[in-house]
Design a protein around this ligand. Structure first.
Ligand code: ADP
Length: 182
């Protein structure tokens, strides 16, 4: 399933993000860039130790920000490490931090000449962000960015489970309908 916004195709697929052949994949990292479980662990396992070397040199990344390393052994040439918010109750700036994580990842992509990028569902695993709301923030933010910036041709959301895929699809369908009515 996909939507075209400006010159950017935004699509939603099911899969393992470590196998994506986009110019960059995004890692849902922690603020120490220290590796961990979930998608972070999968990316470091598949990409090899050179990525952690680069992360150590960078030192860390606050929530909402994003940094770039090489892709190590992955097909993707770059990894954009971003840090989503840990969800508490929705009243601690989580929405803005999550939107910033997507926005700053796309900014890093533009700065590095990256034309295609794959995102996981940031913060909706160990960090506990309710996925329906997170999917709305994710899609609205990237659609808004694509409206305002040219240069990225493909933005792909790679969901790890059928359930997550279904939720992102529903959200994209709703957002497309809202946009048509405007
Ligand atoms: P966070 O700490 O930001 O919540 P997690 O890695 O715990 O990050 O989870 C984020 C999402 O990434 C979850 O929906 C999880 O199912 C998904 N995920 C885990 N491994 C992969 C993978 N290899 N490819 C794509 N998504 C993955």
């Amino acid at each position: 399933m996909s939507a075209k916004v400006g010159k950017t195709i935004i699509s939603i697929v099911r899969g393992d993000i470590t196998e994506e052949d986009t110019d960059a994949i995004v890692n849902a990292a922690n603020s120490k860039l220290a590796g961990g479980g979930g998608v972070d662990g999968a990316i470091h396992r598949a990409g090899g130790p050179a990525i952690m070397e680069e992360c150590r040199k960078i030192g860390g990344c606050p929530a909402g920000e994003a940094v770039v390393t090489s892709g190590g052994n992955l097909k993707a040439r770059h990894i954009i490490h971003t840090v989503g918010p840990i969800y508490r109750d929705g009243r601690h700036g989580e929405r803005e931090l999550l939107a910033n994580a997507y926005r700053n990842s796309l900014k890093r992509a533009l700065e590095n000449g990256i034309k295609s990028i794959a995102f996981p569902s940031i913060s909706t695993g160990a960090y506990g962000y309710p996925i329906r709301e997170a999917s709305r923030i994710a899609l609205q933010t990237v659609m808004g960015f694509a409206e305002e910036h040219e240069g990225i041709t493909t933005i792909r959301f790679v969901l790890f489970s059928d359930r997550d895929l279904g939720i992102y699809r529903e959200t994209l369908a709703n957002l497309r309908n809202i946009n048509r009515k405007c």
